[in-house]
Design a binder for this molecule. Structure first.
Ligand SMILES: Nc1ncnc2c1ncn2[C@@H]1O[C@H](COP(=O)(O)OP(=O)(O)O)[C@@H](O)[C@H]1O
Ligand SMILES: [Mg+2]
Length: 363
């Protein structure tokens, strides 16, 4: 049985539907992420799991029990917020001990458990400091320690790393992964950052406009996005408008606007005439000097419009003869600043036909 199950959960504010018929289940011990753009309903969903808000319809089960009528403080759930929510007049130790004091745990036991919790988040040296004497990352670690001290079944985290700078955020992401492995508690993590979701999660639910659009492992979400929205939202991708001209049991022929035909393996429930996009990741696109045209199958000619060097890779924007722009990501694996091509260089681009995916538009 799943640890947490949401069944057809709906939450409306006036005539606006913030959470629109969400069903999902989360297994014990998972690191599960709700990912989606700002305003898609992530916080609203989390608040209903925590019990701060109630669904207009649908059910929430924890260990198979409907928790609709369970008060937030009676749920074995703790929420960590981006704003840390620490008590400013209490030391780190007292902040972490607070939930145990509230539950009237014996002082000797509190001392033992707080020491252990501070070790888990690598803060023993800061036990006697006050929140204003800590960095953002340290404050967030205190909040995690306080969240875990009562050993909840579920730790909910609403954009907890959102206030940290990029380098620190990456360190904290690694620490969160090991922390979760160490304590074995189920984490539900909310973020609008696709990088963060891919880096942290065992499974991701991608949300848009209150709906869950796809649930899967990071590699499934990145490698086989279910639709145009997800393809566009997760990572960089080239999307080219296309139409199915023919489909059989063995092949699907498509006309890509301005680029001619391509043949892909057939997909279920697709018919001749269907519109959609061909999606291809920039790291799958190869760029060659024009002279190689005769050797490269499925090649398209164009010229370099722009490029962006970011250290490990260079992103090239190629304008094809038809006017379509394609991005290609080339790894700078040799030492020094690799310059494969200059702006206005005539080039050809190609990609393995099987790396392209057709994502059909459904109303
Ligand atoms: N209490 C509320 N009253 C009215 N509208 C709300 C309320 N809470 C959230 N909303 C709206 O519901 C939508 C989803 O909000 P939220 O769950 O906070 O999104 P996210 O966390 O994904 O950014 C937003 O359009 C927001 O304005
Ligand atoms: Mg939010």
């Amino acid at each position: 049985m799943a640890l947490l199950e949401l069944r057809n959960v709906i939450r409306r504010f006036g005539d606006f539907t913030a959470v629109d018929n969400v069903s999902l289940s989360i297994e014990a011990g998972e690191f599960f992420t709700l990912l989606g753009p700002s305003g898609c309903g992530k916080t609203t969903l989390l608040r209903m799991i925590a019990g701060f808000d109630v669904p207009d319809s649908g059910q929430i089960f924890l260990d198979g029990q409907d928790i609709a009528n369970t008060l937030p403080e009676k749920r074995p759930v703790h929420t960590v917020f981006q704003s840390y929510a620490l008590f400013p007049h209490m030391t780190v130790t007292d902040n972490v001990a607070f939930p145990l004091k509230m539950s009237k745990v014996a002082p000797a036991e509190i001392k033992k458990r707080v020491e252990k919790a501070l070790e888990e988040v690598q803060l023993p040296k800061f036990a006697h400091r006050f929140p204003h004497e800590l960095s953002g990352g340290q404050k967030q670690r205190v909040a995690f320690a306080r969240g875990l001290i009562n050993r909840p079944r579920l730790l909910l985290m609403d954009e907890p790393l959102g206030a940290l700078d990029a380098k620190l955020r990456e360190d904290m992401q690694r620490e969160l992964i090991s922390l979760q492995k160490e304590v074995g508690i189920t984490f539900i993590f909310v973020t609008h950052s696709q990088d963060e979701a891919l880096a942290l999660s065992q499974r991701i639910a991608v949300m848009n406009l209150g709906k869950v659009e796809q649930i899967g492992t990071p590699s499934v979400i990145y490698g086989t996005p279910a639709n145009r929205f997800i393809a566009d939202f997760i990572g960089k991708i080239n999307l080219m408008e296309a139409q199915v001209t023919q489909i059989s049991n063995t092949a699907m022929t498509l006309e890509i606007n301005g680029l001619g035909t391509t043949v892909l393996p057939p997909k279920k429930e697709i018919q001749a005439g269907d519109q959609g996009v061909i999606a291809i990741r920039p790291e799958q696109v190869a760029v060659h000097a024009l002279a190689k045209q005769a050797e490269i199958p499925h090649a398209h000619t164009g010229k370099v419009l722009d490029f962006l060097y970011v250290g490990d890779v260079t992103t090239y924007v190629i304008e094809l003869d038809s006017g379509i722009q394609i991005e290609a990501l080339l790894a700078n694996s040799s030492p020094g600043r690799a310059r494969f091509f200059e702006v206005d260089d005539p080039v050809i681009v190609s990609w393995p036909q099987e790396a392209a995916q057709f994502l059909v538009d459904r109303p």
